[in-house]
Design a protein around this ligand. Sequence first.
Ligand SMILES: Cc1cc2nc3c(=O)[nH]c(=O)nc-3n(C[C@H](O)[C@H](O)[C@H](O)COP(=O)(O)O)c2cc1C
Length: 347
Amino acid sequence: MRHAVASLLYGGIRQSAVSGYGVYARLTGNSMDLEPVIHWGDRLLGCIPKSALDLLAVSVPERLQRDVLGLSFRSPLVASSFKDDPRMLLFWHSLGLGAVIYKTILMEKRLGNPQPRIQDLGDQGLINAMGLPGSGVAALLADIQAKRNPVFDMGGPVGVSVGGENPAEYRQVFDVLNGALSRPDVFFEVNISCPNTNEGQSLLAHPELLGDLLAYMRQRTDRVIGVKLSPDQSDDSLRQFGDILKSVPRVYVNLGNTQYRNCAAVGLSQTALSRGGGGLSGTLLFPRTLEMLAVLKPFGVPMMATGGISTPERAVAAIDAGASLLGMATTLVKNPFVVPRMLAAIS
Ligand SMILES: Cc1cc2nc3c(=O)[nH]c(=O)nc-3n(C[C@H](O)[C@H](O)[C@H](O)COP(=O)(O)O)c2cc1C
């Protein structure tokens, strides 16, 4: 009941903010841009006292626990790598997630692409061309070590998505984190499928380089490693990666990232995103997510299904299709209060 009320309130406030910003943008001659609305929403949530948010916290039944590659997830639902605001990650986690994966981190601080770089597509989801903005690995580490990032002090596994413009940068980011993080239940996810940077998919085109990178990482850590693939890959390409992944111990595959679309293909003007296109996320991805699960299942590598997990029915369907874990981004932005209903359906 409390989540149903919160869901209605959240949906109403969110919709009003998106429409309100749309009107403001038209009046001021600016283009619509979802990013200021998201920042405003995050700040608003930050003003709500913790004691009030705690009223919404979900106690997850033990039967929802999943053991994957030796890590114990209190539920199969995971915040996919897309956010680095600890308040939001903690809040989503409190609704019953089994883990969060920290947004892709690169070696240096990065501003990402020029705005506008994220747009709301209503029921169809979101399209973003963020381009991996972030603080850089040294700043992240400094925050963790100074206990300024509570995400790394909460219970249960925490993932960090590792990015790079080339294999050397992936190795450097991994080395910095692996050398400094002490918790054994921190795991890595190698993001080789970002469609919004010039080099974000360079390893997709060179599977042998991913093999080398995984070998490098495996020699240096026992931690779980994930690899995030793309719904834009052909089935043959997915199988090629399946062959590589099955040969490395303690590896899972994440299926997958956003799907590249240009603005016109989703009914937006060419200037709605600064790059003229970006990564589609949300409900439209789900059929491809199911296809990818079917292609990768024979390889026996644990699978995280990400892409369009937006309703209890879809969560159950992805698990029935062989997913051990379910990643979500767009649903957490649009209506995180569906999480308790998903948990009920899964259990
Ligand atoms: C605004 C935004 C930023 C994202 N940033 C990242 C990122 O830094 N690293 C990454 O691996 N995926 C990123 N993603 C992709 C999501 O993690 C997820 O794979 C994708 O959105 C599909 O899931 P969904 O349909 O549940 O949104 C981002 C998605 C969105 C919407």
